[in-house]
Design a protein around this ligand. Structure first.
Ligand SMILES: [Cu+2]
Length: 513
């Protein structure tokens, strides 16, 4: 054979540029394949069961109890008594309605045609019976935020019930055991439905009020910018500027603040000293008067304030920036006459509820012996969640539904250390229980015992919380920034051997966040 023909038959040597291009193509193919695989493998299961009866399709963590034996208790058996001394009945019909936000009208999702829905007012000890009627095309629920309801009334789609479809009804029954300021909202696709209007306030009046209030008013923060139309977003009582509350000079005012949106609100009162009488519905023991202290009202949280109107002029609730300067955004004026606009204090103090009010003996403090000790490390990273790329929010490095549940036995004293290692604020909400705040950043709570259902944790902050496992069921424990909740930051606190017939996941129609 001639040399020439060999050369002719053999492959031409590749030019360096071609080699680089081929290598790049290979890398791209591998990267693309990996991204595709990551996106695909991040998809949430089409059907998943949260029962703790051994049929749970969630992974059980190291802290899980041994697999239960014997028949499981169905979730439906955790229900309110049939009768009580007094019953309050309500019907909430979900429908779309036009709602005026600032000077725009939007089509909101509503309970009874208003957003927020009607304020439900009951007395401590009442049996509350709420019939939900759904006329919306999408499935909905009602979760009673902060109320230690029996598990079957918790309103979490895919855990305690199926989402209530168009034409269906569901009846919630619970005893309003504790007085205070609470709220309710849908827990089906909450990140969408709460934003669009499915929320309202629940007020439980004490059997015997400690003090007389001349004015009892509420201010609800809500961000309407995701309600399907480009509204100005941030509102207080549906106004983008200033809301008004009537109060005569000298009147005692009880002001309930509720944050229903995903951001915290830094707020204070100017024009009168005030006390924080309760947080998340739980009274604070002997609260001291505050002057221009900045409250960080976290998503889902409530603050009850009390103050006396001055002899002259009005009082203003303002939002402040991180330098403590009032913003020109939303505010509320209480009373008539001149309303102050600026703070007297150039460096207003940040309200520290861990050293506020007067201490008193409490069954759950930092010095309590706990039977069951847990850690939740909060963080986020960029990655795939349910098939799309963006921020993924994690607890102990994992995101929903791969975060092992905390398993608690009835009667146990449970401690959770929550450490925010990320850069965002995380308002962590535990269903079915209120918890005592034990410490912040390693420093024990020294003032009044503080009981919350939602703890607003700033970046790099840590808290220890404790609670008595006294309400058996399957409970969510999640971030109440609902953007975070719908991108991974949810887990379960479960009592062992409880079964639920409801599944979550796309195939089931139940998507709680
Ligand atoms: Cu969060």
């Amino acid at each position: 054979m001639q040399e020439g023909s060999i050369k002719h038959k053999g492959a031409k040597p590749l030019r360096p540029r071609t080699i680089i291009l081929l290598a790049l193509l290979g890398v791209l193919l591998i990267a693309g394949g990996y991204a595709g695989w990551s996106a695909w493998s991040s998809q949430l299961p089409e059907r998943i069961n949260m029962g703790s009866d051994g049929n749970m399709t969630m992974p059980m963590g190291d802290n899980s109890m041994p697999m239960p034996s014997g028949p499981a208790t169905p979730i439906a058996s955790f229900k309110a008594p049939e009768t009580a001394a007094q019953t309050k009945n309500f019907t909430l019909t979900a429908r779309t309605a036009n709602v005026k936000i600032g000077n725009q009208t939007i089509e909101a999702l509503t309970y009874n045609g208003t957003a927020p829905g009607p304020t439900l007012r009951v007395q401590q000890g009442d049996l509350v019976v709420v019939k939900l009627v759904n006329t919306l095309s999408e499935g909905i629920t009602i979760h009673w935020h902060g109320v230690a309801v029996p598990n079957s009334a918790d309103g979490v789609a895919g855990v305690t019930q199926n989402a209530v479809k168009k034409g269906e009804t569901y009846t919630y029954r619970f005893i309003a055991k504790d007085a205070g300021t609470y709220w309710y909202h849908s827990h089906q696709q909450s990140n969408d439905q709460v934003k669009r209007g499915l929320f309202g306030m629940l007020i439980v009046d004490p059997k015997q009020p400690a003090e007389h209030d001349d004015v009892d008013a509420a201010l609800i923060y809500h961000d309407w910018s995701n309600a399907g139309k480009d509204t100005s977003g941030n509102t207080i009582e549906k106004t983008v500027s200033t809301s008004h509350i009537q109060a005569r000079p000298g009147a005692w005012v009880h002001l309930r603040l509720l944050d229903t949106d995903n951001d915290q609100h830094m707020a204070t009162l100017i024009g009168a000293p005030f006390t924080v009488t309760a947080m998340d519905g739980a009274d604070i023991n002997k609260p001291q008067p505050l002057s221009e202290s900045i409250l960080s009202v976290g998503s889902g949280q409530r603050y009850d304030l009390r103050f006396q109107m001055p002899a002259q002029g009005a009082v203003r609730l303002v939002e402040v920036d991180d330098k403590g300067k009032p913003t020109d955004g939303i505010s509320a004026i209480i009373g008539d006459g001149n309303a102050p606009t600026a703070l007297h204090n150039a460096n207003p103090p940040i309200f520290d509820f861990t050293h506020y009010g007067q201490s008193k003996p409490d069954p759950i403090t930092a010095d309590t012996h706990f039977d069951n000790v847990n850690t939740m490390k909060l963080d986020s990273h960029f990655g795939f969640f349910d098939g799309s790329f963006g921020s993924v929010y994690t607890i102990n490095g994992k995101s929903f539904p791969d975060i092992p549940p905390i398993t608690v036995k009835e009667g146990q004293l449970v401690k959770i250390s929550i450490i925010n290692e990320g850069t965002s604020v995380h308002p962590i909400h535990l269903h079915g229980h209120d918890f005592s705040v034990l410490s912040r950043n390693g420093k024990k709570v020294t003032g009044s015992p503080i009981y919350l259902d939602t703890i607003n944790i700033q970046s790099k902050e840590s808290y220890e919380i404790g609670f008595r496992a006294d309400n058996p069921g399957l409970w969510m424990d999640h971030c109440h920034d609902l953007d975070h909740a719908s991108h991974g930051m949810d887990m379960m606190v479960v009592y062992p051997n409880i079964s639920t017939p409801f599944d979550m996941g796309k195939k089931s129609g139940n998507i709680p966040e």
